[in-house]
Design a protein around this ligand. Structure first.
Ligand code: SF4
Ligand code: SF4
Length: 179
């Protein structure tokens, strides 16, 4: 008799725990899935997230303020000056060292270096973690046009100056010959 009671008790417990378990499963069955299929899908990232930097190259003036502010010398840049225009060679940031402190961002006088929301630093070799932030090397098309216009203006000015100097010299020579 005791055995039979035990048997029915076990059957009851099993049925009860199955129903309780299925009730919890049923609740989640009707909810939307919350799993994000990374990297095809991504959760929204807050604006103030300090991810991989990005540079607004057109605004950058090669002043080195960001590089000087970096406590561990991650930033290096190289550009050739043509008057006011810059011909960019490189602007690298070494993510082997960077600690994402954002200290390079605040001193920028042009507000052109920012911390973005990209975070995936996946490489096969650590040396590949030195990123060039330039979107183009050399001069941008606009900068090239501005440089050409400035050179043409300079040529015209120089020619005018030379003409005036020649005129002045001719006048002086003429005065000298009369006296
Ligand atoms: S985030 Fe910090 S460590 Fe990284 S480059 Fe900027 S100043 Fe240097
Ligand atoms: S501080 Fe700003 S403007 Fe100066 S070099 Fe860095 S990014 Fe360019």
């Amino acid at each position: 008799m005791v055995r039979a009671n035990r048997y029915f008790q076990d059957v009851w417990d099993t049925l009860k725990s199955t129903v309780v378990g299925m009730r919890i499963t049923g609740k989640y069955l009707l909810r939307k899935p919350i799993t994000v299929q990374y990297p095809d899908e991504r959760l929204p990232i807050p604006d103030r997230y300090r991810g991989i930097h990005y540079l607004e190259q057109e605004k950058c003036i090669d002043c080195l303020a960001c590089a000087r502010a970096c406590p561990i010398d991650c930033i290096e840049m190289d550009a050739i000056r043509h008057g006011k225009e810059l011909e960019w060679v490189s602007f690298t940031l070494d993510y082997q060292k960077c600690m994402f402190c954002e200290l390079c961002v605040y001193p920028c006088p042009k507000d052109c270096i920012h911390m973005g929301t990209e975070f995936a630093l996946v490489v096969e070799d650590r040396s590949e973690l030195k990123f060039d932030l330039l979107s183009f090397q050399g001069m941008s098309p606009d900068a090239r046009v501005r440089k050409r216009e400035a050179e043409e203006k300079k040529k015209v000015k120089d020619a005018e100056k030379a003409a005036k100097a020649a005129e002045k010299a001719a006048t002086e020579n003429g005065d000298g010959a009369k006296s």
